[in-house]
Structure formats: structure tokens, C-alpha cells
Design a protein around this ligand. Structure first.
Ligand SMILES: NC(=[NH2+])NCCC[C@H](N)C(=O)O
Length: 408
């Protein structure tokens, strides 16, 4: 059976989550900003919250695949191991003197230790505890507690690194260095894990980090249904990546419309799903402070490789989305609250809900005003605690990568 995601709110069947571990313990006041976190997490509590999130999804009938298991099982396949090690251990990163030595050492590691190092990182000291020091300037100049392999704490946000759009997956080129090594792990999984190699064929819309600087992140990609996709052109997702995705989707006949929004470029609005997500087949929850944005409707052009682009002024944003869905109008739910409370709830991922079926969403419990407002409008809100998890600036939608979902 092939993987596909046909909507944002149809019955969610399978999802990839990442149970956080060592990589979160690596966060410190001095490295958190570069690692795209706003605070340090109480890791044990964060893991409990995450286990609770996974259980809520299982209770809703969703099959949960854990990224760490998928990566470990993939790395048992020699081609996958080669793909990852070749990409991680390059001379331009480790220099001509250390690269081969390091690659050989990591290739010898048992798979669980390799996964721990790839995701949780490894310091020079940890390396030297077990292995000989290579004769290398690159290696010698490092302090003992410097990271030989940087940790990847944002693997928690499985939404972003790859994104299923109808009957294919975009393996994304990531915008910031802190997340760029995540991509090859998903390349290894989608190309070599038996779950995916033994499923029916699927398209690959984008081929990984080599597309940089044509970056696109899954938090900006909403598969709104009806052969349409809504994409935020944010700080992270570029117009050229949107055009390339359009070309691929249209050539395969997998979609026929993309609506691209011109987002404000900044951390608070880092991805479209931090300000707007879908809660039902025609209903969105939207942050009050987002306002209306310029949008572009992209459709197949007359020639094979051509695209037709229609510009819309900001006031037509919702109309453009409705048209792509084949509807007269969409319903947009924005809780009534003062601007300061609204800004706080947006920061705490109040808009970042994950639908498990039409009209049923998982949300952080702290965003009481937004959750109550959604309930008053007929949406069932399943709350999860996220006091620790939320410090990474991501909610239930960010922390999940649907790989199988029905139409709405
Ligand atoms: N889909 C999302 N909104 N993801 C949020 C990702 C948060 C993460 N710390 C980052 O900056 O990359």
C-alpha cells in the first residue's frame, strides 16, 4: 500500500514522530539560539509530554512510527549507511587529514550508537574516550568539549524536514545550518527503509539538501485538499522551491493548484503553520496578528513546463484559498482576545494544531482562549500538556509528519 497525504484534516492513519533524547540535553544557554531553541528544556518532562502526545494519537487510531527506530532500521541497509556517512563525513567539513579516519570509526559503530551520535551529537572528549586521535589540524584545534558532530535537537519537529504532498514526498533543503544534517536521515529512510521500499511507488518532489538555497520546510506546506496546496513563502521557504514543487506536482498530475502566501519574514512567524492551520475541510484557525497577505495562485500553464501565475491583493487571500478548494468561501476562526494575549498564544503555538480527523484536533492545553473558541465553533479539541516541549517553538503539527492521511 502506497503512502500518501491527501488533506490536512482527513482521517490521519500514520505519522512519524521523534521521541526526544540526548540531543535535548545538549542545549545550553550559549548554544540554544544557534540551535533554534528559545530556552532549555527539562528533558525528562519533555519526553513524558511527548510520550503523552504519541499516546493521544494512538488512542485516536493513528499508527505512530518513531524516527529513531526508522533511522536505525535504515542504517542496517548498507546503501543507507553509506549515503549518510558520505554526506556527514566530507573533507570540506573535517579536512583531508581526519575525514577518512572519522568515517571509518563511525562506520564500525553498532547501529544504535551510530544513531545516538548522529542525532544526539558527539564531543571530541566523548570520541577520545573510545577512539584514537587522528593527526589532523581540524581535530587538534578543537576544545575537548566542542562538538565533533553537532546535536540535532530540531529532529523533534518532524514536520519540517520532509513533507508528504498527495502521492509523493518532498525531502527538504533546510534553511538554517542547525537543521541541514537532518535531511539526509530522511533520505536514508525514504529510499532504503523496508517500510517505504516495500510500499507502492511514490514520487519524490525534492531531492534533499542539494537543492539549497532553494529551501522549503514542511511547516510552510499545507495540503489543503481538492488537488490544492497552500504554501507560506516565509523566512525558510523560497519562491523558487515553490515553483519547483509546482512543476513536479503538476507534471505528475498529483495536484493542480498551489496558493503561495507572501509571509512576513521573521522568527515569530517562522512557518505558515505557526499562524494558520486547518481544523476541518473548509475551516482554518488563524492568528489575529497575521492580517491578510498577498497571494499567488499557481496553476499549470499552456506548455508542458509552463506555469500560470495569478497575483492577488492581500484582501483576496481567503478568496484565493477558497477558489483553490473549489469553495465559495472558507471559514476562518480567530479567537477574540486582546492583542497581547493573542500574541502570547501564537508564541505558544495556539494556532499549531494537528487534526486527526475532520473537526478533531490535538492542541497544547495552555492556549485556553483559542481552544475554547474552537470548541464553541464545533471543533473537538484534544488537549496535551506542552510546557516543556513548547520551548522549542513548535506544537502538535510541527512535531508530526503524516505519511498516510485520507481526503477530508
Ligand atoms: N513546523 C514548525 N512550525 N516547526 C517549528 C520548528 C521549530 C524549530 N525550533 C525551528 O526553529 O526550526
Amino acid at each position: 500500500m502506497a503512502f500518501h497525504v491527501d488533506s490536512e484534516t482527513g482521517r490521519l492513519r500514520r505519522v512519524i514522530l521523534h521521541r526526544p533524547d540526548l540531543e535535548l540535553k545538549r542545549l545550553t544557554p550559549s548554544n540554544k539560539d544557534a540551535l533554534l531553541f528559545d530556552d532549555l528544556l527539562w528533558v525528562r518532562r519533555a519526553r513524558q509530554e511527548h510520550d503523552g502526545f504519541a499516546d493521544v494519537l494512538r488512542d485516536q487510531g493513528v499508527e505512530v512510527h518513531l524516527f529513531g527506530d526508522l533511522l536505525a532500521e535504515s542504517l542496517e541497509v548498507p546503501e543507507a549507511r553509506r549515503l549518510v556517512l558520505d554526506r556527514v563525513f566530507q573533507e570540506k567539513e573535517y579536512g583531508p587529514l581526519a575525514t577518512d579516519h572519522l568515517r571509518a570509526v563511525f562506520d564500525e559503530l553498532p547501529t544504535d550508537e551510530l544513531v545516538e551520535a548522529l542525532v544526539g551529537g558527539m564531543t571530541k572528549r566523548e570520541f577520545l574516550d573510545r577512539h584514537a586521535e587522528p593527526t589532523s589540524v581540524r581535530f587538534h584545534v578543537m576544545d575537548l568539549d566542542d562538538f565533533l558532530l553537532a546535536p540535532l535537537p530540531n529532529h523533534l519537529f518532524t514536520r519540517d524536514t520532509s513533507a508528504w504532498v498527495y502521492d509523493g514526498v518532498s525531502i527538504n533543503a533546510m534553511r538554517w545550518p542547525a537543521r541541514q544534517r537532518e535531511t539526509v536521515h530522511f533520505e536514508a529512510i525514504y529510499r532504503h527503509h523496508p517500510l517505504f521500499t516495500q510500499s507502492g511507488a511514490f514520487h519524490v518532489w525534492s531531492e534533499g539538501q542539494s537543492a539549497y538555497p532553494s529551501t522549503i520546510e514542511g511547516g510552510d506546506v499545507l495540503v489543503i485538499g481538492n488537488g490544492a496546496v497552500l504554501i507560506g513563502m516565509s523566512e525558510r521557504t523560497t519562491p523558487q522551491a515553490v515553483e519547483m514543487l509546482a512543476r513536479g506536482l503538476f507534471a505528475a498530475g498529483s495536484a493542480h493548484t498551489i496558493v503561495a502566501l507572501d509571509m512576513p519574514k521573521g522568527r515569530a512567524f517562522m512557518h505558515l503553520d505557526t499562524v494558520m492551520t486547518m481544523v476541518d475541510g473548509d475551516t482554518f484557525t488563524q492568528y489575529a496578528g497575521l492580517g491578510m497577505l498577498r497571494s499567488y495562485t499557481i496553476e499549470p500553464g499552456s506548455g508542458e513546463h509552463e506555469l500560470k501565475v495569478t497575483d492577488h491583493p492581500p484582501e483576496h487571500m481567503h478568496r484565493a484559498i477558497a477558489a483553490a478548494l473549489g469553495l465559495d468561501a472558507i471559514r476562518v476562526l480567530t479567537a477574540t482576545q486582546d492583542v497581547h494575549s493573542a500574541e502570547r498564544e501564537q508564541w505558544d503555538d495556539g494556532c499549531n494544531v494537528l487534526a486527526v480527523s475532520p473537526g478533531v484536533v490535538v492542541a497544547y492545553d495552555r492556549n485556553a482562549t483559542t481552544n475554547t473558541f474552537l470548541r464553541r465553533h464545533g471543533i473537538e479539541v484534544v488537549e496535551i500538556p506542552g510546557g516543556e516541549l513548547g520551548r522549542g517553538r513548535g506544537g502538535p503539527r510541527c512535531m508530526s509528519c503524516p505519511v498516510e492521511r485520507d481526503p477530508a
